[in-house]
Write a protein that binds this ligand. Structure first.
Ligand code: FES
Length: 157
């Protein structure tokens, strides 16, 4: 097992499960690094297939390093009613890629969220991890331009 992965898995203080291991690795590296799946299988006694099923079932997990900036928009039912599709279009135009992807220069990652758990504030998004509610295409555009001007940040998670 990769010693860096091993260290992360060893640092868990609560009950160790497949899910807790995957979360620990993603929090630490920003994504499920190569070797993560077999390492979690080894640690928990689950099969590689089972670990892989869990990792792909939850949209939370990613297998590629994230871009410098995270643009996440909710496309759950409440947000769809409030025209999240217009927001997504705006974000796609801004980044020049489609949803659930990372720009070739690794600057922006666009991700759809199933439900951000803030339906009362629909439509919502998370911009570099910060929840923003009652988004409009204009408000989103302003935020994205501010994000671009802020440059780095390297948010993980
Ligand atoms: S559906 Fe978007 S926050 Fe719940």
């Amino acid at each position: 097992m990769d010693p860096k992965i091993q260290k992360v898995l060893d640092s868990q203080t609560r009950t160790v499960t497949v899910l807790s291991c995957l979360i620990a690795i993603q929090e630490s590296f920003g994504y499920l690094v190569e070797g993560a799946i077999p390492a979690v299988a080894q640690r928990t006694g689950a099969s590689v297939n089972d670990v892989y099923s869990v990792a792909t079932f939850y949209t939370h997990f990613r297998f590629q390093p994230p871009g410098e900036h995270q643009i996440e928009l909710c496309w759950g039912p409440s947000c769809q009613i409030f025209r999240s599709d217009a927001l997504m279009k705006q974000a796609e135009e801004f980044a020049g890629i489609k949803f659930n992807g990372t720009t070739p220069d690794k600057k922006y990652t666009l991700r759809g969220l199933e439900c951000a758990g803030a339906c009362a504030l629909a439509p919502v998004g998370k911009l570099d991890g910060t929840l923003v509610g009652r988004l409009t295409p204009e408000k989103l555009r302003e935020r994205l331009i501010a994000m671009r001007q802020n440059g780095g940040g390297g948010h993980h998670g």
